[in-house]
Design a protein. Structure first.
Length: 148
């Protein structure tokens, strides 16, 4: 059996102070989540390449398929403000352990941040894990393919 490559899970105390501040902002965004169906609240913070911060939360819909993920909401906010390049994504989910963006969000993030760094924190804010979009979505399909 092939062993899945899981990034290291580390205690939150090992996270640098600047990232801890971003985690707090993601937690603030998470509190705004509209998730009456799954009860799974997610907050996402994007730092663009100019250092500006864009936060988003998940917004569910009674038809389920109309749900917007927190990462997607943050990307839409960033783009609507005129920014186009993602440097970092910081996420707080509702899981007991740190989890990374869903596959759909990975595709959305790489449009603007193919090499972005991703930090994710568990619900209780006791643990984190870090990775990069290259690692999370290898063999990316992106604008490069459309223009080749
Ligand atoms: N969700 C996110 O916001 N981001 C993800 O990366 C995974 C899932 C949301 C969608 C839905 O509202 C809830 O979490 C359960 O899937």
């Amino acid at each position: 059996m092939v062993k899945a490559l899981a990034p290291d899970v580390r205690p939150i105390e090992e996270l640098d102070k600047r990232t801890q501040r971003l985690v707090k902002l993601a937690m603030k965004a998470r509190k705004k989540a509209y998730a009456p169906y799954s009860k799974y609240l997610v907050g996402a913070v994007i730092v663009d390449t100019r250092g500006k911060i864009h936060a988003g939360c998940n917004v569910e819909n009674a038809n389920y398929a109309g749900t917007t993920c927190a990462e997607q909401a943050a990307v839409v906010k960033m783009v609507s403000r005129g920014a186009r390049e993602i440097r970092r994504v910081v996420l707080v989910t509702s899981s007991d352990e740190p989890v990374f963006p869903c596959g759909f969000c990975r595709q959305i993030i790489i449009e603007f941040g193919p090499h972005a760094e991703v930090t994710t924190v568990n619900r209780r804010m006791t643990q984190f894990a870090q990775s990069t979009m290259d690692e999370l979505l290898p063999a990316q399909f992106s604008k490069k393919q459309l223009h080749s």
